[in-house]
Ligand binder design. Sequence first.
Ligand code: PBG
Length: 324
Amino acid sequence: MKKRPRINRWTQSRRDLIFSPTIKSSLVQPHFVVAGNGVNEAIESMPGISRQSVDVLLETIAGDMENGICSHMLFGVVESHEKDPMASKASDSEMPLQRAVLQLKEKYGNEIVLMTDVCLCTATDHGHCGVIHNQEIDNDLTIPELVRISLSHAEAGADYISASDMMDGRVKAIRKAFESEGYTTTGILSYSVKYASSFYGPFRDAASSSPSHGDRKSHQMDIRSGYKEAISEANGDEKEGADIIMVKPAISYLDVVRKVADAVNKPVAVYNVSGEYSMVMSSSKDISERKAMVQEIFYSFNRAGADIIVSYHTREAMSQKWFD
Ligand code: PBG
């Protein structure tokens, strides 16, 4: 397997995101992209966050870029009539996510860092992250689908595909496909250490990705699991060719973030997930209380060793200059 350490150095904006030690340069704003025109649908459980069609998303990101937010994570939301057992729509170049990436790259080029979520769960009719075979999530049948989705994102121009599915061996397969298709500057952000957490609820509303039956415990990590498994997952993904290693959720796993940051030689990202965001939003009585909470939380991520912070608080933190 070829090593591609230049991927993280490829553009000024990637270097600023990954290597600048300041919190404000570490922040990534997530977005939910839907079909249609002029759509801006608030998500009830996540105040301040909405599902947006490509045209509205472009305006939102234009505002974010003006506020110094250069890194964005995009989640494609698939309408229920388009879902199927194989998540076919997730790799369709005509889908809103792929169109958004193409247009954003046309507009901003290397000034923007785009990370795109790769998983089956938003596009499968059963809501699981993999292909179901004999009533189980089949690892090896899922890999080719993840590769197909990743290639469609790379083709659109994503800087990093973000593999959030937790199937075994997918980083290697995606890297191999990128090499053979000539995508030698497209990075892989791997959700290496992702727990089967109860803090993803609001996200699943937003992305309409709840499993119709069962849970995600056969692939996401057990919440009781200690450091050995976390370190072995992170090291394994690094060996398979991941460019960024993610730990998720963030607040309840800061000890794991520290251990992983000490164990890997790649940048570490944390995902300050939807349930963590909603807790702050519902427990802060005004903006100054929220500012104090978000500062405390982000400093703790930084102290634990996170190089990159994916958070729904990014927009407010940057527009209000909480980290200058
Ligand atoms: C898709 C995915 C999830 C999140 C990010 N990517 C949901 C899940 O694994 O169930 C959660 C993000 C959040 O809660 O903000 N697999």
